[in-house]
Write a protein that binds this ligand. Structure first.
Ligand SMILES: [Fe+2]
Ligand SMILES: [Fe+2]
Length: 300
């Protein structure tokens, strides 16, 4: 089973095209971030790199594709529509699972308007009833479980939360007979650890990371896949985490590697490789010897 994992494409609207009414909210913080802290420049090529990514994914013909959130910059309808247009070749296949990031639920009004759900509901298909979590039973041997850990936040906060209810559902899901004998992969937006193995900051990280890792470890999860942190890394089990954590980083951020991961599961274990964007070729290519690639260590 071969799964391609990408994240954080951040399709971001041109500020001159943003309606002023849409700015009367936390969006003003995001907009200032874009203007003053250089984020606008960071994602200036997001649309063209996403096109190259989609072309690469179509050629790769993975068994399944996973997206772990942050399609947009400010959860604007125009950004979701553009992201939908770019990703459309992948969306109809039924072989893609996606979840929203905090930027996709940036303000309560965006969550209420439901544009994200309307355009991307198709990638939240679950093979078990009553999501979240979404459960995809892939082939005979893999279960991909995806959580919703993003929510609209106050001005100064960009943290995530799985929540007690969803943690309970996850625990129950992991003992479901339908998962028996399958390798279990867990997807979410927030990283339970930074690349150093330390937990992320309170205002930026996952509030219930410890509870999640403990339930996941107990329930036989072999690999955690996430986004949100834009720097790519693989944190092996034992290095401050009981389960290996793999984050492909942002696929489009100009100051990082602009990579995506390929996860291959087999009888012997799980292997990871990466592909990254080559700006000269305008295309993605194999990233030989990407740090952390190769056979992944099993849970500690
Ligand atoms: Fe992000
Ligand atoms: Fe995020």
């Amino acid at each position: 089973m071969r799964i391609a994992h990408f994240s954080d494409i951040h399709i971001t609207a041109d500020s001159s095209a943003i309606p002023w009414r849409a700015m009367l909210s936390k969006r003003i913080v995001g907009w200032l971030n874009l203007q003053l802290l250089g984020r606008k420049g960071d994602f200036r090529e997001a649309a063209s790199i996403t096109s190259a990514l989609v072309a690469d994914l179509r050629e790769l013909q993975a068994d399944h594709i996973l997206f772990t959130g942050d399609l947009s910059g400010l959860a604007l309808d125009s950004e979701f529509e553009e992201a939908h247009r770019l990703l459309e070749p992948l969306l109809g296949s039924g072989r893609i699972t996606g979840l929203p990031g905090n930027h996709d639920l940036y303000v309560p009004a965006a969550a209420r308007a439901g544009t994200y759900d309307r355009l991307f509901g198709a990638w939240e298909k679950s093979d078990l009833a009553d999501p979240p979590p979404i459960v995809r039973l892939l082939g005979d041997d893999v279960a991909l479980i995806a959580l919703r850990d993003s929510r609209p936040n106050a001005f100064h906060d960009s943290s995530g939360l799985v929540g007690a209810d969803q943690l309970g559902r996850l625990e129950k899901t992991l003992s479901d007979p339908a998962l028996e004998g399958r390798r279990r992969l867990l997807a979410l937006h927030y990283g339970p650890r930074r690349c150093s193995g330390e937990p992320d900051r309170r205002l930026h990280g996952l509030r219930d990371a410890e509870a999640l890792l403990s339930i996941a470890h107990e329930g036989g999860i072999e690999l955690v896949l996430h986004g949100h942190l834009h720097n790519r890394f693989v944190l092996p089990a034992g290095d401050g985490t009981p389960i290996t954590i793999a984050n492909p980083g942002s696929a489009t951020h100009s100051r990082y590697e602009r990579a995506y991961h390929i996860i291959e599961t087999g009888a012997e274990g799980i292997e990871l490789s990466a592909r990254r964007y080559d700006p000269d070729a305008g295309a993605f290519a194999a990233w030989e010897d990407a740090p952390g690639s190769g056979a992944l260590p099993p849970p500690a």
